[in-house]
Design a protein around this ligand. Sequence first.
Ligand code: EPZ
Length: 421
Amino acid sequence: MDRIAITGGRPLHGEISISGAKNACLTLMPAALLSDEPLELTNVPRLADIEMMTKILVSLGASVELSEQGRRLVITAKKFEQHLAHYDLVRKMRASILVLGPMLAREHEAVVSLPGGCAIGARPVDLHLKGLEKLGADLELRTGYVHAKAPGGLKGAEIDFPFVSVGATENLMMAATLAKGVTVLKNAAKEPEIVDLARCLRKMGAEIDGEGSDVIEIEGVDRLKGASHRVLPDRIELGTYMLAPAITGGEVELIGGKRRLVSALVEKLEEADIEVADTENGMRVKRRNGHIDALDIATSPYPGFPTDLQAQMMALMTLAKGTSRFEETIFENRYMHAPELMRMGAKIDVQGGVAHVHGVERLTGAPVMATDLRASVSLVLAGLAAEGETLVNRVYHLDRGYEQVEDKLRACGAQIERLKD
Ligand code: EPZ
């Protein structure tokens, strides 16, 4: 397995271009199943997760043409060869569950493996399933698969989510576009990726209102047509790289960065005495007075502080003046980066969903283990600031969500290289 070696302690200076949003693509790609015409997606990031989703769509019978070095996809689901999303594919990427809604809506049947949990939590899909039943689907759970049928098609309904779920909002929004009648999603997720999906579905002929608010209304139509859609910038990649000059010192411009995508992070960075300035091509980040002030961070659904930036912000706070408090409210086990950061000299107390980070003068490089996508990149950030060499193992986690991470950081002066095993 590849590893990444970093010799830290060097301030970063330069530019980093932000790629298209992984988590937008993982719902925009299955949206192509709703139509028999081609859906063109541009500004697609080149990531392992995109390759996995491509495999799943092709296994169902869709054609996926890649061009422009994989940044442009044309997906055509003219007809389905089969209606089964296999465990072997789904277990490797939980977002595969997002083929369920579109396939059921279009084909009136679907068999999709339950995704199972992952390192950060059990991650059930009960909201997805209950919502589809509300739309008239008959669901049966057998041998780890969801067997779904909707003879005569899905019917619009009102669905009131007990708590916010990004994936359930996406799955049900897609399913509702072809259901007969009106569907109202209450307590819907408001993430920018939801808004991006709604915009793409509307280009395909869907009748959708309210995306970005907590009530989304969808009036079903008979069929959807092809469209062309440019994927929005990845706000989690953006936020991650904004933390790089903050943790190392120096100054980096994030090309393509948009403040509105990371407003909760910007607010917290300003509080920590980190300067975030808008530029003609994006945003520029640097320390204002050479130090980092401690913060209180509680994750929450958009527009709150994103859980996907919690690990990265914790890396920054290991070097802050004072004690920071984190509360992770979305996932039950998302502090696995803490023990690894402690191997580098960080002082962190974790009690259930709350972590206290006592700032230290410096971190020292060490061999560390990546456990999930965002935890692994928090170790890279820490390694950039630490004195000496950090060796990040299990880098395949990183490759799922960060395109050419070592190239982007090396271009800003980081001493970082990938060691191929
Ligand atoms: C999406 O996951 C993202 N993944 C996650 O990013 C992100 O952390 C998460 O939203 C929250 O913002 C993609 O978009 C592909 P949820 P998702 O449904 O949709 C529980 C990354 O690093 N829940 O909003 O799976 C769930 O267990 C990944 O890029 C149920 O209990 O998240 C979690 O505790 C990690 N039942 C909470 O709700 C359900 O039916 C929020 O989950 C669905 C979710």
